[in-house]
Ligand binder design. Sequence first.
Ligand SMILES: [Zn+2]
Length: 42
Amino acid sequence: MYRCARCKEPLKPDSITLQCEKCGCRMFYKDRPNVKKVIKAR
Ligand SMILES: [Zn+2]
Protein backbone atom coordinates (compact mmCIF):
# COMPACT_ATOMS: atom_id res chain seq x y z
CA MET A 1 0.00 0.00 0.00
CA TYR A 2 1.18 3.45 -0.84
CA ARG A 3 0.47 6.77 0.70
CA CYS A 4 0.78 10.21 -0.70
CA ALA A 5 3.92 11.93 0.49
CA ARG A 6 2.15 15.24 0.76
CA CYS A 7 -1.32 14.72 2.16
CA LYS A 8 -0.95 11.13 3.43
CA GLU A 9 -3.88 10.04 1.38
CA PRO A 10 -3.78 6.29 0.70
CA LEU A 11 -3.31 5.46 -2.94
CA LYS A 12 -5.84 3.12 -4.44
CA PRO A 13 -4.33 -0.21 -5.49
CA ASP A 14 -6.12 -0.07 -8.82
CA SER A 15 -4.77 3.32 -9.63
CA ILE A 16 -2.84 3.30 -12.87
CA THR A 17 -1.71 6.87 -13.01
CA LEU A 18 0.18 6.82 -9.71
CA GLN A 19 -1.15 10.19 -8.84
CA CYS A 20 -2.89 11.29 -5.69
CA GLU A 21 -6.57 11.92 -6.24
CA LYS A 22 -6.62 14.54 -3.57
CA CYS A 23 -3.69 16.82 -4.26
CA GLY A 24 -2.28 15.47 -7.51
CA CYS A 25 1.04 14.69 -5.90
CA ARG A 26 3.11 12.00 -7.59
CA MET A 27 5.36 11.17 -4.70
CA PHE A 28 4.44 8.20 -2.57
CA TYR A 29 5.94 6.14 0.15
CA LYS A 30 5.27 2.54 1.06
CA ASP A 31 2.93 2.12 3.95
CA ARG A 32 3.26 -1.08 5.90
CA PRO A 33 0.33 -1.71 8.23
CA ASN A 34 2.24 -3.93 10.66
CA VAL A 35 5.63 -2.32 10.73
CA LYS A 36 5.89 1.18 11.96
CA LYS A 37 9.42 2.26 11.45
CA VAL A 38 10.65 5.69 12.25
CA ILE A 39 13.96 6.66 10.80
CA LYS A 40 15.77 9.19 12.86
CA ALA A 41 18.90 10.88 11.66
CA ARG A 42 21.62 11.11 14.23
ZN1 LIG B 1 -1.98 13.75 -1.95
